[in-house]
Design a protein around this ligand. Structure first.
Ligand SMILES: [Fe+2]
Length: 280
């Protein structure tokens, strides 16, 4: 059985950039463009987290954020069972992108651990590039289905009809996902959800963040998740738009024959979502 701790350290090291190095900003920008993920350390205070966030992004406010734009992610003891608030509990969080129910989700997430859990609370990261490649490799129809326009509805009544994979005009692909009670699926893709979930699971890397460690990732490329935890786990999160040019999503390894086919309006119950969420 693989050593999870060693795997986490290797994954952290493979994506690590030293913030204090002379050309750190250039290195981070280049790595964001290349892989969409950077791991960082030495961020032990709120001021340090805010300074780093401001260095890489124009911070966008979040409904649960503080006036400085940062959001404290911890178990509040009162949010765990409210739809859309699971992040403020101590349960498992399935792989998702941030703000999937908004028309324009933030490009960047900076998440820094101030205090790790006493047990669990590990981060699971999956590169959308890998998820997409697995789906194409295993069953091309699944990748095509999840690229069909408006086959998912994410959020509440003011949410957003979209699709898991959005193929841009330049051939790059961005990803958007949530898997909680605020995700609703068209019959076009519902039969394929187990395929998607297994591709995500197979693509996930485990990361055990220590105090002061964190990650900066492209929210249009990477999925993040969390395991259940115990203890007073505390993290700070910033969302925002990059200060440098960052091409959207990823370039797929094999894309030529996986372009989406638009469903016809006469497709009855299999039609994609309109602007309103379906009733359940
Ligand atoms: Fe999240």
């Amino acid at each position: 059985m693989p050593d999870a701790s060693a795997g986490s350290e290797r994954f952290f090291t493979d994506h690590y950039v030293n913030l204090r190095a002379p050309h750190a900003s250039d290195d981070i920008a280049a790595q964001l463009r290349e892989t969409g993920l950077v791991t960082l350390d030495g961020l032990t205070t709120r001021r340090a987290v805010l300074a780093s966030a401001s260095r890489f992004m124009a911070i966008t406010p979040h409904p649960h954020g503080a006036p400085d734009g940062l959001t404290l992610i911890h178990d509040t003891g009162r949010h765990a069972y409210r739809a859309g608030f699971a992040g403020f509990g101590n349960g498992e969080l399935h792989a998702h992108t941030e703000r999937s129910g908004s028309p324009n989700p933030p490009r960047l997430i900076l998440l820094v651990c101030l205090q790790p859990a006493s047990a669990g609370g590990e981060t699971l990261l999956a590169d959308g590039l890998d998820v997409y490649a697995r789906l194409v490799g295993q069953n091309r129809a699944v990748a095509i289905a999840f690229s069909q326009p408006r086959t998912a509805y994410f959020g509440t009544g003011t949410g957003h009809a979209s699709q898991v994979f959005t193929i841009q005009a330049d051939g790059r692909i961005s990803i958007r996902l949530r898997q909680d009670d605020l995700a609703r699926w068209s019959p076009i893709v519902r039969p394929y959800l187990p395929h998607l979930r297994s591709a995500v699971t197979a693509s996930q890397h485990r990361l055990t963040l220590q105090a002061g460690q964190g990650y900066l990732l492209d929210n249009h490329r990477w999925l993040h998740a969390r395991t259940r935890f115990a203890g007073d786990r505390r993290l700070l999160r910033a969302l925002g738009e990059p200060c440098v040019a960052l091409p959207n999503g990823f370039t797929p390894r094999r894309a030529a024959s996986v372009l989406p086919c638009r469903a016809k309006p006469s497709d009855g119950p299999s039609t994609p979502f309109t602007s309103n969420p379906p009733t359940r």
